[in-house]
Design a protein around this ligand. Structure first.
Ligand SMILES: [Zn+2]
Length: 427
Protein backbone atom coordinates (compact mmCIF):
# COMPACT_ATOMS: atom_id res chain seq x y z
CA UNK A 1 0.00 0.00 0.00
CA UNK A 2 1.11 3.53 -0.78
CA UNK A 3 -0.30 6.57 1.01
CA UNK A 4 0.27 9.91 -0.70
CA UNK A 5 -0.56 13.17 1.01
CA UNK A 6 -0.92 15.37 -2.06
CA UNK A 7 -1.93 18.34 0.04
CA UNK A 8 -2.63 19.10 3.67
CA UNK A 9 0.59 18.30 5.55
CA UNK A 10 1.21 22.02 6.07
CA UNK A 11 -2.09 23.72 5.29
CA UNK A 12 -5.67 23.86 6.54
CA UNK A 13 -8.10 23.17 3.75
CA UNK A 14 -7.65 21.67 0.30
CA UNK A 15 -6.54 18.32 1.75
CA UNK A 16 -6.07 15.44 -0.68
CA UNK A 17 -5.07 11.95 0.47
CA UNK A 18 -4.44 9.10 -1.95
CA UNK A 19 -4.43 5.44 -0.99
CA UNK A 20 -3.20 2.95 -3.57
CA UNK A 21 -2.95 -0.80 -3.36
CA UNK A 22 0.07 -2.64 -4.75
CA UNK A 23 -2.07 -3.96 -7.61
CA UNK A 24 -2.80 -0.38 -8.69
CA UNK A 25 -6.28 0.39 -7.35
CA UNK A 26 -6.38 3.98 -6.18
CA UNK A 27 -8.80 6.11 -4.15
CA UNK A 28 -8.74 9.70 -2.98
CA UNK A 29 -10.09 10.91 0.34
CA UNK A 30 -11.36 14.47 -0.17
CA UNK A 31 -10.49 16.72 -3.08
CA UNK A 32 -11.17 20.26 -2.00
CA UNK A 33 -10.23 23.67 -3.19
CA UNK A 34 -7.66 25.77 -1.35
CA UNK A 35 -9.38 28.08 1.14
CA UNK A 36 -10.14 31.55 -0.23
CA UNK A 37 -7.72 34.32 0.46
CA UNK A 38 -9.94 37.00 2.03
CA UNK A 39 -12.46 38.25 -0.54
CA UNK A 40 -10.65 36.76 -3.53
CA UNK A 41 -10.65 33.18 -4.78
CA UNK A 42 -7.60 31.22 -3.73
CA UNK A 43 -5.07 30.07 -6.28
CA UNK A 44 -5.31 26.32 -6.77
CA UNK A 45 -2.95 24.38 -8.99
CA UNK A 46 -5.72 21.86 -9.75
CA UNK A 47 -7.72 24.55 -11.53
CA UNK A 48 -5.25 23.72 -14.30
CA UNK A 49 -6.72 20.70 -16.07
CA UNK A 50 -3.33 19.14 -16.86
CA UNK A 51 -2.44 19.13 -13.16
CA UNK A 52 -5.85 17.68 -12.34
CA UNK A 53 -5.42 15.00 -15.01
CA UNK A 54 -2.12 13.97 -13.42
CA UNK A 55 -3.73 13.79 -9.97
CA UNK A 56 -6.75 11.82 -11.17
CA UNK A 57 -4.83 9.44 -13.43
CA UNK A 58 -5.84 5.90 -12.48
CA UNK A 59 -8.10 6.99 -9.59
CA UNK A 60 -10.97 4.49 -9.17
CA UNK A 61 -13.13 6.45 -6.71
CA UNK A 62 -13.19 9.53 -4.50
CA UNK A 63 -14.65 9.49 -0.99
CA UNK A 64 -15.61 12.77 0.65
CA UNK A 65 -15.64 13.07 4.43
CA UNK A 66 -18.10 16.01 4.29
CA UNK A 67 -19.12 18.71 1.81
CA UNK A 68 -17.23 21.77 3.09
CA UNK A 69 -15.63 23.66 0.18
CA UNK A 70 -12.11 22.84 1.28
CA UNK A 71 -12.91 19.11 1.12
CA UNK A 72 -14.95 19.03 -2.08
CA UNK A 73 -14.38 21.46 -4.92
CA UNK A 74 -13.71 19.73 -8.22
CA UNK A 75 -16.82 17.56 -8.48
CA UNK A 76 -17.66 18.79 -11.99
CA UNK A 77 -14.23 18.00 -13.41
CA UNK A 78 -14.20 14.61 -11.65
CA UNK A 79 -17.66 13.77 -13.01
CA UNK A 80 -16.52 14.75 -16.52
CA UNK A 81 -13.73 12.21 -16.21
CA UNK A 82 -16.23 9.50 -15.21
CA UNK A 83 -14.72 8.79 -11.79
CA UNK A 84 -17.25 7.60 -9.16
CA UNK A 85 -17.69 9.98 -6.20
CA UNK A 86 -19.07 8.99 -2.78
CA UNK A 87 -20.58 11.11 -0.02
CA UNK A 88 -23.02 10.71 2.90
CA UNK A 89 -26.72 10.56 1.95
CA UNK A 90 -27.75 13.72 3.82
CA UNK A 91 -24.73 15.62 2.51
CA UNK A 92 -25.75 14.78 -1.04
CA UNK A 93 -29.28 16.05 -0.46
CA UNK A 94 -28.04 19.25 1.17
CA UNK A 95 -25.59 19.91 -1.66
CA UNK A 96 -28.30 19.38 -4.28
CA UNK A 97 -30.39 21.92 -2.41
CA UNK A 98 -27.52 24.40 -2.21
CA UNK A 99 -26.45 24.05 -5.84
CA UNK A 100 -30.07 24.16 -6.99
CA UNK A 101 -30.54 27.37 -5.00
CA UNK A 102 -27.46 29.03 -6.49
CA UNK A 103 -28.23 27.74 -10.00
CA UNK A 104 -31.66 29.37 -9.65
CA UNK A 105 -29.87 32.73 -9.77
CA UNK A 106 -28.80 31.84 -13.33
CA UNK A 107 -25.10 31.22 -12.74
CA UNK A 108 -23.79 28.46 -15.06
CA UNK A 109 -21.28 26.73 -12.78
CA UNK A 110 -23.73 25.76 -9.97
CA UNK A 111 -25.95 24.11 -12.58
CA UNK A 112 -23.03 21.90 -13.65
CA UNK A 113 -22.21 21.28 -9.98
CA UNK A 114 -25.79 20.21 -9.29
CA UNK A 115 -25.67 17.81 -12.24
CA UNK A 116 -22.38 16.41 -10.92
CA UNK A 117 -23.89 15.87 -7.44
CA UNK A 118 -26.89 14.11 -8.97
CA UNK A 119 -24.48 11.39 -10.12
CA UNK A 120 -22.88 10.95 -6.67
CA UNK A 121 -23.08 7.57 -4.98
CA UNK A 122 -23.87 7.62 -1.27
CA UNK A 123 -22.69 5.63 1.72
CA UNK A 124 -24.19 5.00 5.14
CA UNK A 125 -22.72 5.03 8.62
CA UNK A 126 -20.77 1.77 9.29
CA UNK A 127 -21.72 0.22 5.91
CA UNK A 128 -18.62 -0.89 4.00
CA UNK A 129 -18.10 0.17 0.38
CA UNK A 130 -15.95 -2.29 -1.56
CA UNK A 131 -13.98 -0.51 -4.28
CA UNK A 132 -12.50 -3.84 -5.40
CA UNK A 133 -10.87 -6.87 -3.78
CA UNK A 134 -7.94 -4.73 -2.56
CA UNK A 135 -9.63 -1.60 -1.10
CA UNK A 136 -12.64 -1.30 1.20
CA UNK A 137 -13.90 1.84 2.91
CA UNK A 138 -16.14 1.94 6.00
CA UNK A 139 -17.53 5.35 7.01
CA UNK A 140 -18.18 6.23 10.66
CA UNK A 141 -20.26 9.26 11.60
CA UNK A 142 -18.41 12.11 13.39
CA UNK A 143 -19.59 15.41 14.85
CA UNK A 144 -18.42 18.48 12.90
CA UNK A 145 -19.80 21.86 11.88
CA UNK A 146 -21.16 20.09 8.77
CA UNK A 147 -24.10 17.97 9.95
CA UNK A 148 -23.25 14.79 8.00
CA UNK A 149 -19.51 14.12 8.37
CA UNK A 150 -17.53 10.88 8.55
CA UNK A 151 -14.19 9.35 9.33
CA UNK A 152 -13.10 6.44 7.14
CA UNK A 153 -11.64 3.08 8.05
CA UNK A 154 -9.82 1.93 4.93
CA UNK A 155 -8.66 -1.63 4.43
CA UNK A 156 -6.00 -2.01 1.75
CA UNK A 157 -3.49 -4.82 1.08
CA UNK A 158 -4.04 -6.29 4.56
CA UNK A 159 -3.27 -2.92 6.09
CA UNK A 160 -5.71 -0.58 7.85
CA UNK A 161 -5.81 3.22 7.70
CA UNK A 162 -8.07 5.40 9.83
CA UNK A 163 -8.63 8.82 8.21
CA UNK A 164 -10.46 11.10 10.64
CA UNK A 165 -11.57 13.94 8.33
CA UNK A 166 -12.66 16.99 10.35
CA UNK A 167 -14.16 16.13 13.74
CA UNK A 168 -14.81 17.30 17.28
CA UNK A 169 -16.23 15.95 20.51
CA UNK A 170 -17.86 19.14 21.79
CA UNK A 171 -20.84 19.19 19.38
CA UNK A 172 -24.23 17.80 20.40
CA UNK A 173 -23.44 14.39 18.94
CA UNK A 174 -19.71 14.61 19.75
CA UNK A 175 -20.10 12.59 22.94
CA UNK A 176 -20.15 9.46 20.78
CA UNK A 177 -16.63 10.09 19.48
CA UNK A 178 -14.66 7.75 21.74
CA UNK A 179 -17.33 5.07 21.34
CA UNK A 180 -16.97 5.39 17.54
CA UNK A 181 -13.19 5.13 17.81
CA UNK A 182 -13.57 1.99 19.93
CA UNK A 183 -15.90 0.55 17.28
CA UNK A 184 -13.32 1.22 14.53
CA UNK A 185 -10.39 -0.12 16.49
CA UNK A 186 -12.31 -3.23 17.49
CA UNK A 187 -13.28 -3.91 13.90
CA UNK A 188 -9.70 -3.59 12.61
CA UNK A 189 -6.61 -2.34 14.40
CA UNK A 190 -5.29 0.61 12.39
CA UNK A 191 -1.72 0.56 11.10
CA UNK A 192 -1.84 4.22 10.12
CA UNK A 193 -3.80 7.12 11.57
CA UNK A 194 -4.33 10.17 9.34
CA UNK A 195 -5.68 12.88 11.61
CA UNK A 196 -6.68 16.55 11.33
CA UNK A 197 -4.76 19.10 13.41
CA UNK A 198 -6.60 22.37 12.80
CA UNK A 199 -6.44 23.49 16.44
CA UNK A 200 -2.75 22.72 17.07
CA UNK A 201 -1.74 26.38 16.96
CA UNK A 202 -4.98 27.83 18.28
CA UNK A 203 -5.95 28.62 21.82
CA UNK A 204 -8.14 25.97 23.41
CA UNK A 205 -9.83 28.25 25.87
CA UNK A 206 -12.47 29.32 23.32
CA UNK A 207 -13.51 25.73 22.71
CA UNK A 208 -16.79 25.74 24.56
CA UNK A 209 -19.29 22.98 23.93
CA UNK A 210 -22.29 23.61 21.72
CA UNK A 211 -24.46 23.10 24.82
CA UNK A 212 -22.56 25.87 26.64
CA UNK A 213 -22.83 28.08 23.55
CA UNK A 214 -26.60 27.65 23.71
CA UNK A 215 -26.59 28.78 27.36
CA UNK A 216 -24.50 31.83 26.41
CA UNK A 217 -26.94 32.55 23.57
CA UNK A 218 -29.84 32.49 26.03
CA UNK A 219 -27.94 35.01 28.19
CA UNK A 220 -27.31 37.37 25.27
CA UNK A 221 -30.68 37.27 23.53
CA UNK A 222 -32.55 37.44 26.85
CA UNK A 223 -31.32 41.03 27.24
CA UNK A 224 -32.45 42.03 23.70
CA UNK A 225 -35.62 42.15 21.64
CA UNK A 226 -34.20 42.07 18.13
CA UNK A 227 -31.43 39.61 17.42
CA UNK A 228 -29.79 38.95 14.06
CA UNK A 229 -27.54 35.88 13.90
CA UNK A 230 -24.97 35.11 11.24
CA UNK A 231 -23.91 31.46 11.16
CA UNK A 232 -23.38 28.76 8.54
CA UNK A 233 -26.73 27.87 6.98
CA UNK A 234 -25.86 24.17 7.18
CA UNK A 235 -24.43 24.04 10.68
CA UNK A 236 -27.28 22.04 12.20
CA UNK A 237 -25.82 22.09 15.73
CA UNK A 238 -25.41 25.87 15.75
CA UNK A 239 -28.87 26.52 14.38
CA UNK A 240 -30.33 24.14 16.97
CA UNK A 241 -28.50 26.15 19.67
CA UNK A 242 -30.04 29.45 18.54
CA UNK A 243 -33.44 27.90 17.91
CA UNK A 244 -33.56 26.47 21.39
CA UNK A 245 -32.29 29.72 22.91
CA UNK A 246 -35.08 31.57 21.09
CA UNK A 247 -37.68 29.05 22.30
CA UNK A 248 -36.32 29.32 25.85
CA UNK A 249 -37.00 33.08 25.75
CA UNK A 250 -40.29 32.63 23.86
CA UNK A 251 -38.94 34.70 20.99
CA UNK A 252 -39.92 34.31 17.35
CA UNK A 253 -37.39 32.38 15.23
CA UNK A 254 -37.13 33.74 11.70
CA UNK A 255 -35.38 32.44 8.57
CA UNK A 256 -35.32 33.15 4.84
CA UNK A 257 -36.59 30.83 2.11
CA UNK A 258 -33.34 29.00 1.47
CA UNK A 259 -32.64 28.44 5.17
CA UNK A 260 -36.22 27.22 5.53
CA UNK A 261 -35.60 24.50 2.94
CA UNK A 262 -32.29 23.52 4.54
CA UNK A 263 -33.99 23.10 7.92
CA UNK A 264 -36.80 21.12 6.32
CA UNK A 265 -34.22 18.80 4.76
CA UNK A 266 -32.36 18.43 8.06
CA UNK A 267 -35.62 17.64 9.88
CA UNK A 268 -36.51 14.99 7.31
CA UNK A 269 -33.10 13.31 7.39
CA UNK A 270 -31.01 13.75 10.56
CA UNK A 271 -34.10 14.84 12.50
CA UNK A 272 -35.51 11.33 12.19
CA UNK A 273 -32.72 10.05 14.43
CA UNK A 274 -32.12 13.07 16.63
CA UNK A 275 -34.85 15.12 18.31
CA UNK A 276 -32.52 18.10 18.40
CA UNK A 277 -32.97 18.87 14.73
CA UNK A 278 -36.57 20.02 14.74
CA UNK A 279 -37.55 23.62 14.13
CA UNK A 280 -41.37 23.59 14.10
CA UNK A 281 -41.81 27.17 15.31
CA UNK A 282 -39.70 28.76 12.59
CA UNK A 283 -41.17 31.63 10.60
CA UNK A 284 -40.43 32.62 7.01
CA UNK A 285 -39.44 36.28 6.97
CA UNK A 286 -40.97 37.26 3.63
CA UNK A 287 -44.40 35.99 4.74
CA UNK A 288 -44.44 37.16 8.34
CA UNK A 289 -43.07 40.69 8.31
CA UNK A 290 -45.97 42.10 10.33
CA UNK A 291 -45.59 39.28 12.88
CA UNK A 292 -41.87 40.11 13.14
CA UNK A 293 -42.70 43.77 13.80
CA UNK A 294 -45.20 42.72 16.45
CA UNK A 295 -42.66 40.33 18.00
CA UNK A 296 -40.08 43.12 18.29
CA UNK A 297 -42.56 44.95 20.53
CA UNK A 298 -43.44 41.81 22.52
CA UNK A 299 -40.97 39.02 23.41
CA UNK A 300 -38.67 39.76 20.49
CA UNK A 301 -37.27 37.76 17.56
CA UNK A 302 -34.13 35.89 16.56
CA UNK A 303 -33.45 35.96 12.83
CA UNK A 304 -30.81 33.95 10.97
CA UNK A 305 -29.22 36.17 8.33
CA UNK A 306 -26.81 35.84 5.44
CA UNK A 307 -25.10 38.54 3.46
CA UNK A 308 -27.36 38.69 0.42
CA UNK A 309 -29.41 41.39 -1.23
CA UNK A 310 -32.86 40.29 -0.03
CA UNK A 311 -31.83 39.98 3.60
CA UNK A 312 -29.88 43.25 3.61
CA UNK A 313 -32.89 45.00 2.08
CA UNK A 314 -35.21 43.55 4.73
CA UNK A 315 -32.87 44.60 7.55
CA UNK A 316 -32.52 48.11 6.07
CA UNK A 317 -36.32 48.40 5.94
CA UNK A 318 -37.09 47.16 9.43
CA UNK A 319 -34.08 48.57 11.25
CA UNK A 320 -35.35 52.19 11.61
CA UNK A 321 -38.42 50.80 13.42
CA UNK A 322 -36.34 48.88 15.98
CA UNK A 323 -35.02 50.15 19.28
CA UNK A 324 -31.27 50.03 18.57
CA UNK A 325 -30.44 49.59 22.26
CA UNK A 326 -32.50 46.40 22.20
CA UNK A 327 -30.95 45.15 18.97
CA UNK A 328 -27.85 43.04 18.49
CA UNK A 329 -26.01 41.15 15.78
CA UNK A 330 -24.45 37.86 16.85
CA UNK A 331 -21.57 36.78 14.66
CA UNK A 332 -21.31 33.01 15.03
CA UNK A 333 -18.63 31.91 12.56
CA UNK A 334 -14.85 31.82 12.31
CA UNK A 335 -13.74 35.24 13.60
CA UNK A 336 -10.75 35.42 11.19
CA UNK A 337 -13.14 36.59 8.45
CA UNK A 338 -13.94 39.83 10.26
CA UNK A 339 -10.64 40.68 11.99
CA UNK A 340 -8.62 42.98 9.76
CA UNK A 341 -5.25 41.55 10.82
CA UNK A 342 -6.22 38.01 9.81
CA UNK A 343 -5.22 36.64 6.38
CA UNK A 344 -8.77 35.32 5.88
CA UNK A 345 -10.30 38.79 6.43
CA UNK A 346 -13.32 39.45 4.19
CA UNK A 347 -14.20 43.11 3.74
CA UNK A 348 -17.76 42.42 2.59
CA UNK A 349 -18.50 40.24 5.61
CA UNK A 350 -17.01 42.90 7.91
CA UNK A 351 -19.14 45.60 6.24
CA UNK A 352 -22.29 43.52 6.68
CA UNK A 353 -21.62 42.77 10.35
CA UNK A 354 -21.05 46.48 11.00
CA UNK A 355 -23.75 47.81 8.65
CA UNK A 356 -25.87 49.22 11.50
CA UNK A 357 -25.25 50.69 14.93
CA UNK A 358 -26.37 47.51 16.68
CA UNK A 359 -24.26 45.87 19.34
CA UNK A 360 -22.06 43.18 17.76
CA UNK A 361 -21.51 40.03 19.81
CA UNK A 362 -19.21 37.12 18.99
CA UNK A 363 -20.38 33.66 19.91
CA UNK A 364 -18.71 30.73 18.27
CA UNK A 365 -17.06 27.41 18.93
CA UNK A 366 -14.90 25.44 16.56
CA UNK A 367 -15.94 22.48 14.42
CA UNK A 368 -12.54 20.93 15.11
CA UNK A 369 -11.03 18.78 17.83
CA UNK A 370 -9.20 20.42 20.74
CA UNK A 371 -5.61 19.45 21.49
CA UNK A 372 -6.82 17.27 24.36
CA UNK A 373 -9.20 15.44 22.03
CA UNK A 374 -6.48 14.91 19.40
CA UNK A 375 -4.28 13.42 22.12
CA UNK A 376 -7.07 11.18 23.34
CA UNK A 377 -7.87 9.90 19.84
CA UNK A 378 -4.19 9.15 19.01
CA UNK A 379 -3.77 7.29 22.28
CA UNK A 380 -6.96 5.31 21.82
CA UNK A 381 -6.26 4.39 18.18
CA UNK A 382 -2.63 3.63 19.00
CA UNK A 383 -1.71 2.92 15.35
CA UNK A 384 0.92 0.25 14.79
CA UNK A 385 3.02 2.13 12.23
CA UNK A 386 2.40 5.82 11.75
CA UNK A 387 0.45 8.99 12.56
CA UNK A 388 0.15 11.46 9.68
CA UNK A 389 -1.20 14.85 10.78
CA UNK A 390 -2.93 16.86 8.04
CA UNK A 391 -5.31 19.86 7.81
CA UNK A 392 -2.98 21.93 9.99
CA UNK A 393 -0.96 25.12 9.86
CA UNK A 394 2.54 25.03 8.40
CA UNK A 395 4.24 25.89 11.69
CA UNK A 396 2.24 23.49 13.84
CA UNK A 397 3.98 20.60 15.54
CA UNK A 398 1.94 17.49 16.21
CA UNK A 399 4.62 16.17 18.56
CA UNK A 400 3.84 19.10 20.88
CA UNK A 401 0.76 17.18 22.01
CA UNK A 402 0.98 15.36 25.29
CA UNK A 403 1.48 11.96 23.63
CA UNK A 404 3.40 8.93 24.89
CA UNK A 405 6.96 8.93 23.50
CA UNK A 406 6.39 5.84 21.35
CA UNK A 407 3.49 7.59 19.60
CA UNK A 408 5.48 10.80 19.10
CA UNK A 409 8.07 8.70 17.30
CA UNK A 410 5.40 7.45 14.90
CA UNK A 411 4.49 10.96 13.71
CA UNK A 412 5.33 11.24 10.02
CA UNK A 413 5.71 14.59 8.25
CA UNK A 414 8.10 13.57 5.45
CA UNK A 415 8.25 10.86 2.82
CA UNK A 416 9.24 7.52 4.31
CA UNK A 417 8.70 3.76 4.23
CA UNK A 418 7.42 1.99 7.34
CA UNK A 419 7.55 -1.80 6.97
CA UNK A 420 5.62 -2.47 3.73
CA UNK A 421 3.77 0.88 3.74
CA UNK A 422 5.11 3.65 1.52
CA UNK A 423 4.22 7.16 2.65
CA UNK A 424 4.75 10.02 0.21
CA UNK A 425 4.35 13.55 1.54
CA UNK A 426 4.07 16.41 -0.96
CA UNK A 427 4.45 20.06 -0.07
ZN1 LIG B 1 -14.98 20.96 7.56
Amino acid sequence: MTITIHRGIDQIGGCITEIASDSGTKILIDLGHNLPDGDSLAYDKYDNSEELDKLLDGVNAIFYTHPHGDHIGFEVQVAQRGIPQYIGETSKELMLLLKGHIAYTGKPQPKAEKEAFEKFSTFRDTETVKVDSTIMVTPYFVSHSAPDAYMFLIECDNRVVLHTGDFRDHGYRGGELMHTITQCVTRKEPDVLIIEGTMLNREDKRLISEEKLKCNAVGIIGKKKNVFVMCSSMDADRIASFYQAAMDKEMMFVVDGYQWKVLEKIENTLGKECGLYHFPQRRYFAKHQEEIRAASKANGFVMLVRNNYRIRKFIDTIYPELDSKKTCFIYSQFTGYIFKEHSAFQQRTFDFVHSHDWEVKYLHTSGHASKETLTEVCTKVDPKLAIIPIHREAKSEFRSLDLPQELKEKVVADTTVVEDVKIIIKR
